[in-house]
Write a protein that binds this ligand. Sequence first.
Ligand code: URA
Length: 434
Amino acid sequence: MRAVDIIAKTRDKIPLTDAELKFFVDGYTRGDIPDYQAAAWCMAVVLNGLTDTEATALTLHMAHSGDTLDLHQIAPFVVDKHSTGGVGDKTTLVVAPLVAATGLPVGKMSGRGLGFSGGTIDKLESFDGFRVSLTTAEFLQMLKEHKIVVSGQSADLAPADGKFYALRDVTATVESLPLIAASIMSKKIASGADAIVLDVKVGKGAFMHTVADAEALAETMVAIGEGVGRRVAAIISDMNQPLGYAVGNALEVKEAIDTLHGGGPADFRDHCLTVAGKMVELGGKAETLDAAKAMLAQLLDDGTAWAKFKEWIIAQGGSEAQLDDPSLLPSAPIIETVAAPRGGYIAGIDAAEVGKTGVAMGGGREKKGDPIDYGVGIVLHAKVGDAVAAGEPLLTLHAHSAESFEMAKTRLLAAVSWSDEPVAAPPHTIKIIG
Ligand code: URA
């Protein structure tokens, strides 16, 4: 078998056999197939797609590229969640400790930034000392002792996804239903949770731009998960504008901390309660989603979720000083507010453009392995539907240089659209499947 023939088959829309997919995944994971051939194949998949049979086989070979955990020796039932990627999406930082605070163990493998979308692992690395690279033994120990663990891809767990993910990030090959489904579900299957809630985003700042595409992605992932005996649900939510107000690694950590203290932006808090509520419902700790959300709101407001967050960050090596005083988290030398150039109602905030500007400011990667700047980013002062007077604060930019500030200001002012007439705030949750 030769990689070049496999690339040509996908280019010519000829379905691959199970053995060919295994050859390609194993060969790339071992380093026998180089990046340029893997990138060419990913681009062929972006352009031509894969059949459902191919997508399932790809997922399973990626899941079995390393260890697959059986967590039942640790806990009878473990839950997990995963987002398909969005802008300002710091949901895991709140949801993981919130669910663990109910006593339901949360074991999760997360990713780094991907294209214009941020990644939980980069956000967590805003804490000095936080360890994202855990061995299988450390993953299990964290889950046993603290009922919560979030790790990055490792040499042990779904290493194939680790390689494909970093490659897709910088080769414009993220936006593909089968590649996203295989990437997410391979990690979820390898890390062993019994129930998985998929946070599927749709809109300008998501990889799926229409509700129909988001539904198709959700249904593919639910089918793959159920096919291997997992309980799976998907929540489809709006990502035309960023989630919450903050976009940027340490800025998002601070917003998550506010939310864990019972505050935070209303849309973000409600989204966290919905995702966590579905996890708790699948985990059998509440009869209905509404009952789960009410119980979880209490845990956010009474400090229980915050205490679990602290325990988790410290147990994975993160700085206690930064937890106690978030102003010690990485910050930018230039922090300046941009005023609204006119008055009116906010009609749109192009989330993709906000995400791409954040990457250009240094908060994400342009090339594989690029270092990132944890302190830079954007804080919005208004969301779609809000009335803003001319000259009122519209955004605050955290930049590493005056040049970067000016670039971001120009791009972001163009990313905001206005209306003279009132605009209704868009609904956030669009559909729940499963
Ligand atoms: N999240 C992932 O883990 N993989 C993708 O491809 C997209 C979002």
